[in-house]
Write a protein that binds this ligand. Structure first.
Ligand SMILES: C[S@@+](CC[C@H](N)C(=O)[O-])C[C@H]1O[C@@H](n2cnc3c(N)ncnc32)[C@H](O)[C@@H]1O
Length: 430
């Protein structure tokens, strides 16, 4: 029987790679054998200088499309670590392993009944079987190997996305880069005290860097680890990361910037754009676990952080206590619905929305608040430029300065920051 041809969707990353080839540049040999098939980091064959150039062009293009012409576009700051930089990885289990074209071409007979790895793009349930991942460091890879060895030696089977049977669902590894402490979070369909005790004992004996093991249980048919009921089986259930002189508690479910080195760069860039905030009233929109709010509060600002996820707000409050910072508070708030009524006058707003950018309703509230300065942190230059166009055209702001950082080398992603000031206070427009 003829094998069905696999269709590959052309992505922005592919288009840039083709452009590099078209201008005669040689592609590098990727350190990872799965580079062309895995959704993790598709730019490994592109010289790093070209990656930075394409990221800068992506920012320039997004802002030019919003008629920000003659705007100085920043060179993204390059981190020291171009591989092994992630402090957080989520691997999936599958009862049907997805083979790459290269694996098929070898003609070898692979055991297709087990996979633990990342997803190949283009379809549901395409889980590759990865022994190592170059986005995480050697120690996390050692822990991945050790988890795999325990699970492969166990009679319980990986979860099958079609039949919804099987036990093992996701493996989440988190590392505090400052201390090297590692949290292992394993998501299963059912709870088994016996299996989790054996899994924890195995890791305690094999991997001293693993200081805590947690288990999330979910029988949801959705392919997500979010919402699982969490039990701590070993250690405190959290690790503590340190960035820019601040401590942050990281649990299995909490959000934390996935690249510790570039998080420190973002903290510095936000502080630089915000300028002197001593005794200023600052609002941190989409504050997550309170990172940027704490950066501002540490410099003497009086800060309110707003965030829709109650667990993130609780974590932000614990982070404030951990750092003994009192001039900051956090509230649960759905920014689609409105700002809290008693906000009063605000000098500076820091806004760090998800990739989709700020919704029109949130933009309206921000403009009504009319702070003198806004620091915009954007992980998607396209939606960021659209938001800033509205703030400039309708809210009377102009872009004073931009800074960027390459948060995810080997991928097309870039983080762009902008300082907006009220045009009235400077007499100029964008
Ligand atoms: C890019 S993250 C910002 C994280 C934060 N600045 C940090 O460094 O930890 C975006 C945040 O927006 C939150 N969010 C998404 N929709 C929201 C809404 N409608 N109202 C408030 N927060 C929202 C998400 O939960 C997430 O924490």
């Amino acid at each position: 029987m003829a094998r069905r041809r696999r269709k590959k969707k052309i992505s922005y990353a592919d288009i840039c790679l083709q452009a590099v080839v078209d201008r005669g540049e040689t592609l590098l040999t990727a350190p990872c054998e799965f580079a062309s098939s895995c959704g993790g980091c598709s730019w490994q064959t592109m010289a790093y200088s070209s990656q930075l150039e394409f990221k800068k062009n992506a920012i320039a293009d997004a802002f030019a499309r919003q008629e920000f012409l003659d705007l100085p576009i920043p060179d993204p700051v390059a981190p020291d670590h171009l591989y092994g930089y992630r402090n957080h990885m989520e691997f999936s289990f599958a009862a049907r392993r997805w083979l790459t074209d290269e694996e098929i071409a070898t003609g070898e007979g692979f055991d297709r009944s087990f996979a633990l790895g990342l997803h190949a793009p283009g379809g549901f349930g395409r889980v590759l079987d990865l022994q190592t991942c170059h986005l995480q460091d050697d120690e996390l890879n050692r822990v991945l190997t050790s988890c795999r060895a325990f699970i492969r030696g166990h009679e319980l089977q990986p979860y099958d996305h079609r039949s919804h049977e099987g036990f093992w669902r996701f493996l989440i590894l988190r590392e505090a880069k400052a201390s090297g402490d590692i949290l292992v979070h394993i998501v299963t369909r059912d709870r088994s005290d016996e299996v989790m005790a054996a899994f924890s004992d195995h890791l305690k004996a094999q991997c001293p860097s693993v200081v805590t093991v947690t288990n999330g249980v979910t029988d949801s048919v959705a392919d997500t680890s979010v919402g699982a009921k969490i039990t701590c089986d070993y250690g405190p259930g959290t690790i503590v990361e340190e960035v820019g002189g601040l401590k942050f508690e990281v649990s299995s479910a909490s959000f934390f910037q996935p690249n510790t080195e570039t998080a420190a760069i973002i903290f510095k860039q936000v502080a630089e754009l915000a300028g002197d905030v001593k005794n200023k009233k600052v609002l941190d929109l989409f504050c997550g676990t309170g990172t940027l709010a704490l950066v501002m509060a540490k410099q003497g600002a009086d800060v309110l952080g707003l965030e829709v996820v109650p667990e993130a707000v609780a974590c932000a409050q614990r982070n404030a206590a951990l750092n003994e910072i009192e001039n900051v508070s956090f509230e649960v708030c759905d920014l689609m619905k409105g700002l809290p009524e008693s906000i009063g006058e605000i000098d500076l707003v820091v806004t760090d929305p998800p990739r989709a950018g700020m919704h029109k309703k949130t933009m309206k509230q921000l403009m009504a608040l009319s702070p003198e300065r806004i620091v915009s942190v954007g992980c998607n230059p396209k939606t960021q430029a659209e938001n800033l166009r509205a703030l400039c055209s309708q809210g009377g702001y102009r872009i004073e300065r931009m800074l960027a950082v390459d948060q995810f080398p080997q991928t097309p992603h870039v983080e762009n920051l902008a300082l907006l000031v009220k045009s009235e206070s400077t007499g100029t427009e964008d």
